[in-house]
Design a protein around this ligand. Structure first.
Ligand SMILES: *Cc1c(COP(=O)(O)O)cnc(C)c1O
Length: 392
């Protein structure tokens, strides 16, 4: 085998996002054993950092070994038992995946479907609850990465409390980019992933459960059918003063996550959220100036992922190839029904910078002028620059 030289890419797709140099350094530091006392401190730090990010006091706050889907699966497989009904909001790829996992657990997924790009209105859930029999949980995607839709959570939590139902929230593309208030919003189970707004390589899934959720796990009638993701077993490793072996922790990934959490702490969450908001506003202004309009309506557009409709006159696949080959820029295409119709541009974590916004807009303008769908050079950059000059 020859050496592999990774090309330099500007990662502006739906994930992974750019990784901070300090995180890359942390991941290459020497290994210690997964029960080494120094490593147990790393775990404590990771747990504290994740609690801060999730805005929770939940004792059970851990990093699941695996990517975001492992977090999703851990959340569902531990709560849902055969026969349990779960209301799932389905407005994109990840709601669809949640429903599939519920069914694989032997549960019944009651899907509330809306068009991709829209959100699930809280009253749709309230109405469905009146018609359905007993329901164990409601599962929603806070930030639907396949459409750029920003799902409100707090009003749904009030409905769940009223019916004594658990609320499971996918915060994969929101955690670290927009506020996720686990305790204040009353979320019972919340999971995320490291490679989106935390700007860490893919491989861990932050997960938090409150006491209500933990008692549902403890009072199961049947054992969790996943041994690897069984939280009642994993808990023994993540509980301080216990730290019993379950599976070997991905040591290097936990080094990386700890450093990523330090970087986030140094910036401060309010500044981080403001940075994500400003850069997405500037990018959106630039995109709209060249005729690329966002899919979700103005009241539910994510700052961490912009999904814009590509006019039929533009060969969207060819533009993405040119971006990658000529400029080293990665953006995402559409999935499922949106394939060939949208671009998905991620401004997550380290990738959310003014320089990146201007670089992408400049590249799109150049390509657009060459192919005739941009007629006024500088128009997108000007719109973005205007946002930056008035927006701070
Ligand atoms: C990326 C993503 C996932 C899945 O994460 P993987 O790391 O790809 O397994 C789940 N939910 C949402 C909303 C995502 O964006």
């Amino acid at each position: 085998m020859e050496d592999f030289h990774a090309p330099r890419r500007l990662l502006l797709g739906p994930g992974p996002s750019a990784v901070h140099a300090r995180v890359l350094q942390a991941i290459s530091t020497p290994l210690v054993g997964h029960l080494d006392p120094t490593f147990l401190n790393v775990m404590n730090d990771v747990q504290a950092g994740l609690r801060h990010l999730f805005a929770t006091m939940n004792r059970f706050t851990i990093a699941v070994s695996g990517t975001g889907s492992a977090g999703m699966e851990a959340a569902v497989v531990n709560i849902v038992e055969p026969g349990d009904a779960v209301i799932v909001g389905v407005n994109g790829v990840f709601g669809t995946r949640l429903a599939a996992i519920v069914e694989r657990c032997g549960g019944k997924a009651i899907q509330i479907e809306v068009a991709w790009g829209q959100i699930i209105e809280p009253n749709m859930i309230a109405e469905r609850l009146l018609q359905s029999g007993p329901v164990k949980a409601v599962a929603l995607v806070h930030a639907e990465t396949s459409t750029g839709a920003w799902q409100p959570i707090e009003p749904v939590s009030a409905i769940c409390r009223k019916h004594n139902i658990l609320l499971i929230v996918d915060a994969v593309t929101s955690l670290g980019g927009i506020p996720v208030e686990v305790d204040q919003w009353g979320i019972d189970v919340c999971y995320s992933a490291t490679q989106k707004c935390l700007s860490c390589p893919p491989g861990l899934a932050p997960l938090t459960l409150n006491e209500r959720a933990l008692s549902a796990v403890k009072n199961r009638r049947t054992p969790c059918q996943s041994w690897y993701l069984d939280l009642s077993l994993i808990a023994d490793y993540w509980t301080e003063h216990n730290r019993a072996y379950h599976h070997t922790a991905p040591i290097s990934m936990l080094y990386a996550l700890r450093e990523a959490l330090r970087v986030i702490e140094e910036e401060g969450l309010p500044s981080r959220f403001a940075r994500h908001r400003l850069n997405s506003r500037a990018l959106l202004a630039g995109l709209m100036a060249i005729g690329l309009d966002p899919l979700p309506s103005p009241d539910c557009r994510l700052p961490t992922l912009l999904c814009v409709t590509v006019p039929a006159s533009i060969d969207e696949g060819a533009v993405r190839s040119q971006l990658l080959e000529r400029f080293g820029i990665e953006i995402g295409g559409g999935l499922g029904p949106l394939k060939g119709k949208v671009w998905r541009i991620g401004l997550m974590g380290e990738s959310s910078t003014e320089a990146n916004v201007l670089t992408l807009l400049n590249a799109l303008e150049e390509i657009g002028i060459q192919h005739g769908w941009v007629s006024t050079p500088g128009i997108a950059l000007q719109a973005a620059a205007h946002t930056y000059s008035v927006g701070r």
